[in-house]
Write a protein that binds this ligand. Structure first.
Ligand code: FE2
Ligand code: FE2
Length: 319
């Protein structure tokens, strides 16, 4: 095996951590054919349109020189601290973009390294801050929902489902002791889609029978992959396994009826069904709750579907 000594000086980092108007003070490189090419420069920042453009590239990973790794860590810390600080003087749009990126990157860490208790516990700890942000700041939901999932990323979808589930639980006065874990289950619910290579960004009616068969296995495959990892909470495992079940017994993988489905999985299920329409089937946000009511009535409690509609209508979401 030949190694290029120069390549040892680069370390990977997640593109989802590049967010907000804080300028980066390190250079970021893309790896092409074992070569590292300067991609984003010191002094760039990533908000609004520039963020959309970066996301459109669908790059998950960039590299930096190991001697600049400390600068990157400091950038991350400053960004997160500022984003969760109401009094930072930064706009809610900017703060929400950083928070969304941080949640997405936390989910990606768990998807890629489920064996790591540290990755899981970081996601769990960060979820507490996220839930407090969503439930405590009136503009948080709207700002989160205004961030387009332009690359139809599964981890971003997890963040959106966690956002919707958290707002629904607040409206339902759902057991606050469980909110954090249910939101974490929402973040990680599609664990298997990160790995199974299915092209999920289209209507299920467009799937071939083989694709559909594989799709119907994703909750079980996901849960089985992580069930022996002791750091995964049982409630999170149940949500991964049951998030596609429907209360009338028409869901999968086990066609469970309402009495047998974990209540947190019903919350995540309805939130997931709504974001499937928005993110993967191209339904405009304002129409999505109505479409959910038409297409999925009977699958979820009627008041949950209605409440999601109310949560949306109270917010002036960008179309
Ligand atoms: Fe799913
Ligand atoms: Fe999903």
């Amino acid at each position: 095996m030949t190694t290029n000594p120069e390549n040892n000086n680069y370390v990977p980092f997640r593109v989802s951590t590049l967010r907000g108007d804080q300028k980066i003070d390190f250079n970021a490189y893309v790896r092409i054919n074992e070569k590292y090419i300067l991609y984003v420069r010191k002094g760039d920042s990533f908000e609004g349109n520039r963020l959309v453009k970066l996301k459109e590239k669908k790059l998950k990973q960039l590299f930096l020189k190991s001697e600049e790794e400390n600068l990157y860590r400091q950038y991350l810390e400053r960004n997160i601290d500022m984003a969760y600080d109401k009094n930072s003087g930064k706009s809610i749009t900017n703060r929400a973009e950083i928070i969304q990126g941080s949640q997405q990157s936390g989910a990606e860490e768990v998807f890629e390294n489920p064996i790591s208790a540290t990755a899981y516990n970081n996601a769990k700890h960060n979820m507490e801050k996220f839930v407090t942000f969503l439930q405590g700041e009136s503009e948080a939901f709207q700002s989160m929902m205004n961030i387009e999932n332009v690359d139809q990323n599964i981890a971003h979808h997890g963040v959106t489902v966690a956002t919707l589930a958290t707002m629904l639980m607040q409206k339902l006065d759902f057991d606050p002791a469980k909110t954090n874990l249910i939101a974490l289950g929402a973040l990680l619910h599609d664990f298997d889609h990160h790995h199974n290579g299915l092209q999920v960004n289209r209507s299920l009616s467009q799937f071939t029978p083989q694709e559909l068969a594989k799709y119907k296995l994703h909750p079980q495959t996901g849960a089985e992959t992580v069930k022996d990892k002791k750091h995964f909470d049982p409630l999170v495992l149940k949500i991964i396994l049951q998030h596609e079940e429907c209360i009338d017994g028409s869901g999968f993988p086990h066609k469970l009826k309402e009495r047998d489905i974990e209540p947190g999985a019903v919350i995540v299920g309805v939130a997931n069904a709504l974001d499937r329409l928005i993110t993967f089937e191209g339904v405009p946000k304002q129409q999505a709750p109505k479409e959910l009511m038409i297409k999925r009535v009977g699958h979820y409690p009627l008041d949950y579907i209605r409440m999601l509609g109310e949560i949306f209508s109270k917010q002036a979401l960008a179309a």
